[in-house]
Design a binder for this molecule. Structure first.
Ligand code: KG4
Ligand code: ZN
Length: 351
């Protein structure tokens, strides 16, 4: 039978709704994916303001859902189940999306699926191509930076994560100090295209250390001091700093990824699949260097398509579809949460 899932994503600064179907293959499965980026609403504050994010989600959520149904050409009656991100994320936004989903589920008498945002990122690559479990995953986003062994739905093993900031946070903070608009990693990537990545050199965080944890706060400080020292920045300074930052973050990712591969289980080593996911995984330079590293280690790199790397509801609906088809549904009293560890999923879903 053809199942249709409505997905809702509101965990940070994207208000998104999507309809995904079980029929067809790859891109045909995505009937709609409406993403409203709140970047304008937050730009004057130099970062995402949780209160503003929550209010903007509230203003936009029902029109976004309506648009996603219209674009998909389906009615709410035809939807099989409703999946909404219930964490981790900014709790105001998570509340808006999850309550919207629960309300529709209650009124329309449709099953509800509580989705973990990180798990949605972790499975996004499987929407457009057949990627078998298990795989080694590097999830790099604005809020997270983790190496995980992925064995199946709800089945994760953490190998390493950041001990302070995420890579996305470092990109965003330095972009802001450089005056880039929007202050994001994507702007750093664009500015880096014309920059000299050799002009400034900084110690690569964690390089040579055992394990596969990350640390980015020292790097943020080093770049902040450099920017302060330079004073008024020329266009060339901005692009050179962008190129150096991107190079430095890429180098730490490669150093950590080699260790993550070496540390991974025999099952992962036999499957030899390395998946990049999350907003920062949209960075072409990172993708390229990770590809070279994977080739050296005999691993196959699977990039999540860029439009599925950054926050979107298609990945939420897609993960919801898989839970729905396994009959794993959530209760309407599922509590939304600002923090939600992937390793807790089995317990949370009583699996
Ligand atoms: O996954 P995501 O959309 O939201 C979270 O779940 O956090 O990731 C957002 C992060 C931001 O820090 C943004 O600057 C970064 O992903 N990002 C990039 C690129 N595109 C988005 N970082 C580097 N290069 C990019 N092209
Ligand atoms: Zn995300």
């Amino acid at each position: 039978m053809n199942n249709l899932i409505l997905g809702i994503e509101t965990s940070c600064d994207e208000t998104s709704a999507s309809v995904v179907t079980s029929s067809g293959k790859n891109i045909d499965r995505v009937l709609s994916n409406v993403v409203y980026s709140q970047i304008e609403e937050h730009s004057q504050y130099g970062g995402v303001v949780p209160e503003i994010a929550a209010r903007t989600h509230l203003n936009l959520i029902f029109s976004t859902i309506q648009k996603s149904l219209q674009e998909a050409g389906v009615s709410l009656e035809e939807i099989s189940a409703i999946a909404a991100t219930c964490g981790p994320g900014l709790i105001g936004g998570v509340l808006v999306g999850s309550v919207a989903g629960k309300t529709l589920s209650c009124v329309m008498k449709k099953p509800f699926l509580a989705i973990n945002h990180l798990e949605a990122h972790a499975n996004a690559c499987r929407l457009l191509s057949n990627v078998d479990f298990p795989y080694l995953l590097l999830l790099i986003s604005g809020g997270h930076c983790q190496f995980l062994e992925v064995y199946g739905l709800s089945d994760y093993k953490l190998l390493g994560s950041t001990i302070d900031d995420s890579a996305g946070e470092a990109f965003d903070k330095i972009a802001r100090l450089l005056g880039l608009k929007p202050a994001s990693g994507a702007s750093i990537e664009k500015s880096a295209l014309t920059g000299d990545a050799e002009r400034f050199s900084f110690t690569v965080p964690m390089k040579g250390r055992s394990g596969c944890d990350f640390s980015f706060s020292g790097l943020k400080t080093a770049f902040r001091i450099l920017i302060q020292k330079l004073g008024t920045l020329s266009e060339k300074d901005v692009s050179d700093i962008s190129a150096c930052l991107q190079k430095n973050i890429t180098e730490t990712i490669i150093d950590r990824a080699v260790n993550a591969i070496d540390m991974s289980s025999d099952k992962i080593k036999n499957a030899r699949n390395f998946v990049l996911a999350g907003g920062v995984a949209a960075n072409k330079n990172i993708q390229l260097e990770v590809k070279k590293m994977c080739e050296k280690k005999g691993f196959n790199l699977i990039n999540t398509p860029i439009w599925l790397c950054t926050d979107n509801a298609a990945m939420v609906a897609w993960l919801g579809l898989q839970y729905y088809e396994k009959g794993i549904l959530s209760s309407l009293d599922f509590t939304p949460r600002p923090r939600w560890n992937l390793m807790d999923l089995k317990k949370d879903f009583s699996l």
